[in-house]
Design a protein around this ligand. Structure first.
Ligand code: CAA
Length: 413
């Protein structure tokens, strides 16, 4: 597998600086209030729209800036340093529009992507259901063929951005008898009759972004809303989408870890005990050093994965995206936990912003594929790679092979 070439253009660095400024000006001062009220930071979102950031991952041909998955990751990281909930609200626009980018017809791309890039249409990704989370192929929402289009019926769960989204990419069973072409993806607009928000969830963290149960009651979508124009491609499109979107959630985790570390480091250098700052104690130093090391390692894994995605190396991305998502989100939880520890009793109180990082971090290990699913994806890739190590036949001496014949089989057999 070729090493990803992480190529930061001047545009990427400018993008990062703009996102950082929005983060400090619009997100940081308001994060606690929006968390408390469970209200969305509309001013921050408008600032991102005005700066053209909604076009980051969208190709220029469809009104975007074409800064790719790397650009997306850099922006989400900056936002999440201040407010991880805003980071995911932004990233879900990519998750919800990637099915159109990877699988849409030219007409669908021309019609919908410019609206997303200009911030005129927010997106959501309606895949998960009550009985189909990790088993994304086990959906029960139906898409039935009718004259001129399809009727969608059923309920979706965990639809992040659900009540804010104008466009939802919705996955439904169109051929229950097929194993490999069972599912199709549709573009649903929130104004389509029969679409409704059933419930807005009450959550432990990321409280300012709505996560919803969405209901589809005889929602009619014309044939031109079937993503890709032919049925049965939905599962593949969902998997390709997740490969491209997971670097975004991984970047949210890096931002979460970096934000928590910055707070803990600042606090440790100010807080005095036994007549000196607690940062002067080696046990605290070790915690801070480990937090910094893990955060930095996660950051570069995310950049490598994003760069592989932008190079179009999708085979590599499947494994890298799972690694980046799993590693960085485990890091975010570990770093946020230690950051609370550095704050001591104050860390447990909502007076300081660190408790929110701790609450916001946990979901990272669960959504966009649990970390157990990510490890399964990594292991599946490793098992495929094991087939390439047939040189073992040459390096294991003949007599050893004969002695242990039958006890193991050389990979590839
Ligand atoms: N790219 C392209 N095709 C892929 C693919 C990929 N990355 N992964 C699988 N496929 C194809 C396979 O080639 C196979 O095709 P054929 O039938 O033609 O051979 C087909 O898809 C089925 O593949 P698998 O047998 O590997 O599928 P599986 O049922 O074993 O599932 C899985 C694999 C990895 C567990 C998958 O179900 C998965 O990723 N689950 C997690 C789902 C998830 O992340 N959900 C979160 C949704 S978003 C969210 O959290 C809410 C939010 O709003 C933030």
């Amino acid at each position: 597998m070729a090493l990803p070439n992480i190529n930061f253009s001047d545009d990427h660095l400018r993008l990062q600086a703009v996102a950082n400024q929005i983060s400090r000006e619009f997100l940081l001062p308001q994060a606690a209030r929006h968390d408390k009220d469970e209200s969305f930071n509309e001013d921050g979102f408008q600032a991102a729209v005005d700066a053209g950031l909604l076009g980051t991952w969208i190709p220029k041909a469809y009104g975007g800036n074409e800064h790719g998955v790397l650009g997306l990751a850099m922006v989400v990281e900056e936002f999440s340093k201040a407010d991880p909930a805003f980071g995911v609200a932004f990233a879900v626009n990519a998750l919800g529009s990637f099915p159109i980018i990877v699988g849409g017809t030219e007409e669908q791309k021309q019609k919908y992507l410019p609206r997303v890039a200009k911030g005129k249409a927010a997106c959501a990704f309606a895949l998960s259901e009550k009985f189909a989370g990790s088993d994304a192929g086990g959906l029960s929402v139906r898409g039935d063929k009718v004259d001129g289009g399809w009727k969608i019926n059923g309920e979706k769960k965990w639809t992040t951005n659900g009540s804010r989204a104008n466009i939802l990419t919705c996955f439904a069973v169109t051929d229950p008898s097929s194993r490999s072409r069972r599912i199709s993806a549709f573009i649903v607009e929130n104004t389509d009759p029969g679409f409704s928000i059933k419930k807005v969830e009450d959550k432990m963290g990321i409280r300012s972004v709505p996560v919803c149960e969405t209901a589809f009651d005889d929602v009619f979508v014309a044939d031109d809303r079937l993503i890709g124009g032919s049925p049965g491609l939905g599962f593949k499109h969902s998997m390709m989408t997740l490969d491209l979107a997971r670097p975004g959630v991984a970047a949210q985790a890096v931002g979460t870890a970096a934000g928590a570390l910055e707070l803990a480091n600042t606090y440790a250098n100010r807080r005095k005990q036994f007549g000196q700052s607690i940062a002067s104690f080696q046990m605290v130093q070790q915690m801070l050093a480990d937090m910094a090391m893990k955060t930095e390692a996660a950051r570069w894994l995310v950049y490598a994965c994003a760069a592989a995605a932008d190079a179009g190396d999708m085979k590599a991305v499947n494994k890298y995206a799972a690694m980046a998502k799993c590693f960085s989100t485990d890091v975010a939880v570990a770093v946020a936990t230690d950051a609370v520890q550095v704050f001591g009793g104050y860390g447990f109180m909502e007076d300081y912003p660190i408790a929110k990082f701790y609450r916001d971090a946990k979901i990272l290990q669960i959504y966009e594929g649990t970390n157990q699913v990510q490890r399964m994806v990594i292991a599946r890739n490793l098992m495929k790679e094991a087939g390439q190590y047939d040189y073992l036949n040459d390096v294991i001496p003949q007599e050893v092979q004969e002695t242990y014949a039958g006890e193991y089989e050389i990979a590839n057999t």
